[in-house]
Design a protein around this ligand. Structure first.
Ligand code: MG
Length: 245
């Protein structure tokens, strides 16, 4: 693997935003595909539900919508297929059906080394804020067991906390408010282009970890300051990233 130039990435990040400093003390972290290896089942459940509804779609396209709220995803596909907005009732019923399918599938594992990454942040006093477009209780509930002490309940942005959702910067701006941190004091950790876009627009140093089929170039186009091939790689590089080496 080519050498990763973290110093260069930080300098480019500061120049792009006009910051004179980068002092990370909060990590704003996505859930699906970043902490939990759940995207294969989310995409399967979305594809199954939408196909039943008569919407033409592919399973892989749902990787690209990752980060949007369920309601926004439903509205976007119904507009595309039926040339009208989704009703509020449809958004509720169809999201519930998709969630039901998801819950039929095997238990989701954590992304390899995500626990090691989170533990490093805890041990080094970095505030963690969860920033997810999901409102799925089964996944949110298990974080305490999978990442002990990792994600305090008062430091969570979910689909219920936001009006717009990713790729709008709102979720990450609200996360910065919760962390009481400025943008140049925050890193975001994401696995999806819409989430990367949200974090970058909010002004954080945005790290994309490619845990799924989306190519590095899509992450860079979305504004990623750093693209890494695995969560293990991120865990190994965190000392350097946090010190601004
Ligand atoms: Mg994600």
């Amino acid at each position: 693997m080519e050498d990763i130039d973290i110093h260069g990435a930080i300098e480019r990040y500061k120049n792009r935003h006009g910051y004179t400093t980068f002092n990370p003390r909060a990590a704003l972290i996505d859930m699906d595909g970043t902490l939990l290896d759940s995207m294969k089942w989310h995409t399967k459940a979305w594809h199954r539900m939408m196909t039943e509804l008569g919407v033409e779609c592919t399973r892989d396209e749902f990787y690209l919508y990752e980060g949007m709220t369920g309601a926004a995803t439903i509205d976007s596909l119904i507009r595309r297929a039926f040339h009208r907005p989704a009703t509020e009732q449809e958004k509720i019923e169809l999201y519930a059906r998709k969630t039901g399918y998801f819950n039929e599938y095997p238990r989701v594992e954590i992304v390899p080394d995500a626990d090691r990454m989170v533990k490093y942040l805890i041990d080094h006093g970095i505030t963690r804020v969860l920033v997810t477009g999901s409102g799925q209780p089964s996944n949110l509930a298990r974080l305490d067991g999978d990442f002990p002490g990792g994600f305090p309940h008062d430091l969570r942005i979910t689909s219920h906390s936001v009006r717009f959702g990713k790729p709008h910067p709102e979720p990450y701006i609200k996360a910065m408010e919760l962390a009481k941190a400025n943008p140049w004091e925050c890193i975001t950790i994401e696995n999806a282009p819409l989430g990367v876009e949200s974090g970058a627009k909010a002004g954080a140093f945005t790290i994309a970890v490619t845990t799924g089929p989306i190519p590095d170039s899509d992450m860079r186009k979305a504004g990623a300051d750093l693209v890494l091939p695995s969560m293990g790689e991120l865990a190994d590089l965190l000392p350097c990233i946090l010190k601004g080496c």
